[in-house]
Design a protein around this ligand. Sequence first.
Ligand code: GDP
Ligand code: ZN
Length: 444
Amino acid sequence: MIASNDLIAAIATAPGRGGVGVIRLSGQGLAGVVAGLVGRALQPRHAHFARFKAQDGAVIDEGLALYFPGPASFTGEDVLELQGHGGPVVLRMLLARCVELGARHAQPGEFTRRAFLNGKLDLAQAEAVADLIDAQSEAAARSALKSLDGAFSREINALTEQMITLRMLVEATIDFPEEDIDFLQAADARGKLAQIDEQLARVLATASQGRMLREGLHVVLIGQPNVGKSSLLNALAGTDVAIVTDIAGTTRDTVRELIQLDGVPLHVIDTAGLRETEDAVEKIGIARTWQALEKADLALLLLDSREGITAHDEAILQRLPAQLPVLRVFNKIDLTGEQSGAVDDYEVHVSAQTGAGLDTLRQRLLALAGWHGANEGVFIARERHLDAIRRAAGHVDSAAHAFNALELFAEELRLAQQALNEITGEFTSDDLLGVIFSRFCIGK
Ligand code: GDP
Ligand code: ZN
């Protein structure tokens, strides 16, 4: 891994117009840019008002210039931030001027990648930068910040430390056979391994919750017209976080909405459009909906209490993936006089109109979809992390069966440790880094 430190530049603020726009530069050769653009030296970490000059001396924009000398900067390199007016044209002119003065356009995620390569962040923290920017709910944002702050990495590092201690113990036993098995027994190697195993399970559970916060839960909504689907979604979203939006880019008749439930992003896929059709475009939309169902976490079958399950509902239920949990929701109990609440784990009676039974519904829905987390303490995580933890747990399990073959035991522990290290990125291939950072936005 070669950390190149040539000068890169990018517009760091979101495209479009805004009050302020920021251009960020990082790397070697900032002095030339400062001289050409500002015309005087900048005091580190001070906000300087400046007129940003073109080559012919004309003023491109005026604003603030901030200089952060490395290594005490985000990337660890010399960093310059130019705050100008947030218009796309003026920012492009300013960026072009930086390039004229020796910078090159940064690639997506290149600033954060440099921060990682220069040891300012580990890989899990760098990923949390992107996850914070992409957060779909407040809880997701909070947990991304937690990971950025190192909460996840600390758990992983603590586990790695324990593995190293145990490995040293075992390897000492291998190297000095006179310190035989009794020695390991005295050191409670078995107990230590069991502890590691338990802790791995705990981290895996938290990380799974963190992955749900990052990706959201996917819920399929089944129900006939007029049973109260829209009413229920609105009631569930609540007033404090009533984000009910159609997600752009979805095809006709594939309705997807994003709401938050107790801070968990919930993608709701409405199956109302799943009907027989000859329309080619509609067919594509329907095929996509069936695809989306494959990775759903839960199906919600909404029923009118006065009518129950219809043949059309049955037909859709039949075609759902077999392992997908289904929660039956009998709505409009205000019209039947039934009691609200849960009948069992898979059936609740509610009124979207009066709100009766909705708390129970929220609970059941989240629990069935796999969300157990109190939001506090959950750090954001990705499938990549879960996979690494699972592999580590597999090796620890193999180690537990290898107490009478110490070489094997030590090797399994080494592999477990290696798997965990992938999370924080101690030994990471350039390919993986490329994949991770290419998904960042430019300027981050
Ligand atoms: P959708 O077509 O499934 O989305 O159903 P809507 O949410 O549009 O509701 C259809 C009709 O049923 C509307 O007039 C709602 O006001 C009404 N409705 C929805 N939920 C309830 C409920 O719990 N009780 C009563 N009495 N009416 C409801
Ligand atoms: Zn509706």
